[in-house]
Design a protein around this ligand. Structure first.
Ligand SMILES: [Zn+2]
Length: 289
C-alpha cells in the first residue's frame, strides 16, 4: 500500500464545480480512502486525523469560518421538534421516528425527549436526536428516535413500543449492529462513556470496542469511561444495548456523550467534532460486522 501522504494531493483536489464544504469533502475523502484500503479501518482513521489538521485542509475551504458550522446550525433546527412542548416532542411527529438507510446498522436514540422512569419524568438527552439524524444521513445507517414522550422508557423498561419497533427493524433490515446514543450531564467527569456490559453485548466482535475507542481518541477525546462497572456500562437488562444482545443476539454498544459536546449553540465546533467522531466510529464498525 502506498504511503497515505502520496495520495493526499489527489484526494484534496476535487473538481471545483462540486464546491464541497470542508466537512462534505472530508466524508468523501474518508470514504474513498476506506475503499482504497479495502476495509482496513486504521489507515482510514489515520487519514481522517490528517484531514483534520489545519495544514492539510483544502485551500480556501478550511476551518475555522462560520460557514463550517452549518452542521451545528442544522442541529439547532432539528432539535426544535424534540424541544417542543417542554421537551415532550412535537405533536406533529410520530412517537417513534425511523429514518431509513442502506447500511445494516441502526443508530438508536431512545432519549431524544423526556421519558418516564419509575413514575418520575426524566429529562431528555438534548441534541441526541439531531446527532442521530445527522449521523444517519452521513453514514446511510438507519436511525430510530424516541420522538414523543410516552409511557415507555426505552432504555429501562423490559418491553415497550420502542423495543418492539427496534426488534422489527433489526429483523427487516438484517442489521448487524446497534449504536445506542445518549447524553451525560455537565457534572459528569468524562467526555465519552462506552458501555458494552464489559464486552458481553459485542459477542465475538470484541474488536468493535477498540475501533470505537480509537475513533474517539483520534478525534481528540481523551477522557473516557470504557465499560467502567456501574458507570454507563449498559449492563442493566433494560438498556437498549443489553436487550439487543440478550434478546436478539445482535451486537450493540451504548455511547454516552457529555453535554459539552451537545451544545451546538455555544460550542458548535465541539458538536461537529463529536459528530465527526461518531461518523468515524460507524465507518470503522461497518467493516467489522
Ligand atoms: Zn439516555
Amino acid at each position: 500500500m502506498p504511503e497515505a501522504g502520496s495520495d493526499r494531493e489527489e484526494l484534496f483536489d476535487p473538481p471545483p464545480k462540486f464546491a464541497l464544504k470542508a466537512h462534505e469533502f472530508q466524508v468523501l475523502a474518508v470514504k474513498a480512502y476506506t475503499s482504497y484500503c479495502n476495509g482496513s479501518f486504521l489507515p482510514c482513521l489515520n487519514m481522517y486525523q490528517n484531514l483534520r489538521s489545519k495544514e492539510s485542509m483544502p485551500k480556501g475551504n478550511g476551518r475555522p469560518t462560520q460557514e463550517n458550522y452549518d452542521l451545528a446550525k442544522a442541529a439547532i433546527q432539528f432539535e426544535r421538534q424534540f424541544a417542543a412542548n417542554h421537551h415532550s416532542g412535537s405533536k406533529s411527529n410520530r412517537p417513534i421516528i425511523h429514518l431509513s438507510g442502506t447500511l445494516p446498522l441502526i443508530i438508536s436514540c431512545p432519549h431524544a425527549v423526556n421519558h418516564p422512569r419509575e413514575g418520575r419524568l426524566k429529562l431528555a438527552d438534548t441534541f441526541t436526536g439531531p446527532l442521530a439524524m445527522q449521523l444517519a444521513a452521513f453514514t446511510k445507517a438507519h436511525a430510530l428516535i424516541y420522538a414523543r414522550t410516552s409511557n415507555e422508557d426505552p432504555n429501562y423498561d423490559a418491553d415497550g413500543p420502542y423495543k418492539r419497533e427496534l426488534a422489527a427493524l433489526i429483523r427487516n433490515t438484517h442489521s448487524r449492529f446497534v449504536l445506542d446514543i445518549h447524553g451525560m450531564g455537565r457534572s459528569r467527569p468524562v467526555q465519552i462513556a462506552i458501555g458494552t456490559a464489559q464486552g458481553r453485548t459485542l459477542g465475538d466482535k470484541a474488536q468493535i470496542r477498540e475501533a470505537v475507542v480509537q475513533a474517539f481518541r483520534l478525534a481528540g477525546f481523551s477522557e473516557m469511561f470504557i465499560d467502567v462497572p456501574n458507570q454507563y456500562d449498559a449492563s442493566r437488562a433494560g438498556t437498549v444495548t443489553s436487550y439487543v444482545w440478550n434478546s436478539l443476539g445482535v451486537p450493540a454498544m451504548q455511547v454516552e456523550i457529555h453535554k459539552e459536546f451537545r451544545d451546538p449553540q455555544d460550542a458548535p465546533e465541539q458538536y461537529e467534532n463529536v459528530l465527526f467522531a461518531l461518523r468515524n466510529c460507524v465507518l470503522a464498525v461497518e467493516h467489522l460486522i
